[in-house]
Design a protein around this ligand. Structure first.
Ligand code: AMP
Length: 368
């Protein structure tokens, strides 16, 4: 993976595959034009690398020239093409082969047809190293094609993303993340952990529960566990600095994840902001924050019930539970507006059977 400007690109076509296509094109064109002395005209800038390799592979006598047109701004074809550098030599009566690095919409090709129609050439042929059939909107015949590729934005081997990437000897494609990164939101006892266990299987996600990580550390007597224990036992939040670092470390442990379910994190505005900033450095983003809604009295009942088996001190005492709700109302509830402002907040009825609630959550996730 490489980064050019703000975007990530992954390897797409190897140097060997490119050279194979170039050699094939050179011999195909040489076969057709062996009795001619063609003029090859390269369309700058993108063609420079292909043109040089092609010429080294072309076995017969030929001339060459370049013209320059511009069609790309950023990653989408804009269609406003202008001739920048014209042809210097007379090509009337000559066999002309225009070489392109890539043809996608065909807008450049149309411009070339207009230019060369007026020149009274003997033969006019078009060759392109890469061709995107799905993007092609014109009907002009393309005489020689090195490789057909899917409709991806590519860089390397002469092609650029805002002028970067032309020097790469192989071709890269834009890396788009189809990751699903969910925040399960809601008060203690809302069922975040239970639902995360179903959703992680269904969507092949990594489940990170900050509460579970803290409890694991307490059980193992780690430094982190000792630090968190006093806060957790009272039902207070653990300080942000500790929690944020821990969360980041958990994400870092899973570089190949398809996505994450964050359960119990973020719980403060500072945590949400830190999460956004951190994810951005990984070219990731939150897909949705889904809240499980339930009344306090139902939650208290559920937590006290859970406390009988879980052994969690914070589940066994109604005062501690109410303190956790206070922490939620004061520090965590403001995040609803934080995610609403990003258009990422969804709310699901958290009362019902486990399966019913999983279905409600899945419906929301499938619509993302
Ligand atoms: P939970 O298992 O999510 O109910 O979390 C249990 C306890 O762990 C909370 O009451 C907090 O003391 C601590 N904790 C879990 N996640 C966080 C967080 N994101 N920020 C601060 N404290 C947390």
């Amino acid at each position: 993976m490489i980064k050019l400007h703000d975007k990530y690109f992954k390897k797409f076509i190897s140097e060997a595959k490119i050279q194979e296509a170039v050699a094939r094109m050179a011999s195909e064109i040489a076969d057709d034009l062996k009795d001619e002395q063609p003029i090859f005209i390269g369309i700058l800038n993108g063609v420079f690398m292909f043109f040089a390799d092609f010429m080294k592979a072309y076995p017969f006598s030929c001339e060459m020239s370049f013209i320059k047109l511009a069609s790309y701004h950023g990653t989408s074809s804009t269609g406003d093409i202008k001739e920048l550098i014209g042809l210097s030599q007379d090509i009337e009566g000559r066999t002309v082969v225009v070489l392109e690095d890539i043809i996608d919409t065909g807008n450049t090709l149309e411009e070339l047809h207009k230019i060369f129609k007026a020149k009274k050439v003997k033969q006019f042929k078009i060759g392109t190293l890469f061709f995107k059939p799905e993007a092609y909107l014109k009907t002009y015949k393309i005489d020689y094609i090195g490789m057909e590729i899917s409709n991806e934005f590519i860089v390397g081997y002469g092609l650029d993303y805002d002028e970067l990437g032309r020097n790469l000897p192989e071709v890269y494609q834009l890396h788009t993340h189809n990751m699903i990164n969910l925040i399960l939101f809601g008060k203690p006892g809302a069922g975040k952990g239970t639902q995360a266990n179903f959703l992680k299987e269904k969507y092949n996600l990594v489940h990170i529960s900050t509460g579970d990580v803290f409890r694991y550390n307490i059980k193992n007597g780690t430094e982190l566990g000792n630090l968190a224990k006093s806060f957790m036992d009272k039902g207070d939040l653990v300080p942000d600095s500790v929690t944020i670092n821990m969360l980041q470390a958990e994400v870092e442990k899973n570089p190949d994840a398809n996505g994450f379910i964050f359960d119990g994190f973020p719980r403060t505005t500072a945590q949400s902001e830190a999460l956004d900033t951190f994810l951005e450095t990984k070219n990731m983003t939150i897909s949705a924050t889904i809240a499980l809604e339930a009344d306090d009295e139902i939650l208290i009942e559920r937590l006290l019930e859970r406390g009988k088996d879980s052994g969690r001190p914070d589940d066994q005492d109604e005062n501690k539970i109410r303190n956790r709700f206070d922490e939620y109302n004061e520090k965590t509830a403001p995040l609803i507006n934080y995610y609403k402002a990003q258009n990422k907040f969804y709310s699901v009825n958290g009362i019902g059977s486990i399966e019913e609630i999983t279905t409600r959550l899945s419906t929301t996730i499938d619509q993302l």
